[in-house]
Design a protein around this ligand. Sequence first.
Ligand code: SD4
Length: 335
Amino acid sequence: MTTRRKFLSGSIASSAAFLSACEAVSAPVTAGVKPLVVSTWDFGLPANAEAWKILENGGRALDAVEAGVKIPEGDPKVQTVGYGGFPDRDGHVTLDACIMDEKYNCGSVMFLEHIKHPISVARMVMEKTPHIVLVGEGALQFALANGFQKENLLIPESEKAWKEWLKKAKYEPQVNIENKSFRADTLPGSKENHDTIGMVALDANGNLSGACTTSGLSFKMHGRVGDSPIIGAGLYVDNEIGAATATGVGEEVIRIAGSFLVVELMRQGHSPEKACYEAVQRIIKRKPDRAKDLQVGFLAINKTGEYGSYALQKGFSYALTYKGTHQMTDSKSVY
Ligand code: SD4
């Protein structure tokens, strides 16, 4: 692949679009498997392991994705999701999450503070209210009224990083250069300041569900919400077709209704990988120059258990788990 890439980029195909088209066309067709769970970034591995406990026992995909993403949510070393997440530019840890099941039921919380597991609040919004989205203070009140505990989510390491950031106070989402998540034990030195866990699963009964949860882009404006808790942007599930999730600069994902787009492209007959590739191309088409400097990755599975991903930049990886397989996989990318 390296040789082919070099050859192409040095000859007729210096255009990234052409190179990517070649890669997309040559994508392997994966054999469908069931049950199956995939999730974004390397913290997806322990998350998938938790989800798998449910899936391998014939459990529901919805229960699996909720249990799975709670692992990074509760891990203070993961500074981009849940407890320990980086704060906004005013020092507040504000969380976004959504969940969707096989019957178009969905729930979401946005701009939620002080609750360690926003995904479980999102599920409760889905199951116990006539609404889909609760935000901010209202979401917090709802969580507290339903037994969630108010906690301080700003750990000393993240507070320190925020104070360091304040010295220049320059908001600058970074492309993921290295294939690792931004963990407290890598500080200082890592430049990465985004990562979200998006997880989609197919259970033994053939039902799909998904969950997506994040502390959002680090040092964002107070009140900013990205794609992750928006149904159709950070996550979408259509039980007839497939499920998709997104990570990266949320504004770019929202613009194209990214996860919904990926599912609709699968409906038109594309494989999960090709659907993700086409969605990435939609972002490039809008502003080719800007797209070179930011990261967006899509990850999808379809109803038959095929999976695939595509990202703007290299460095995006996902965790893949099905019977006999539990591994990280590097995503293909355009740049
Ligand atoms: C957001 N999409 O808030 C999230 C952040 C993210 O990898 O996924 N970063 O825009």
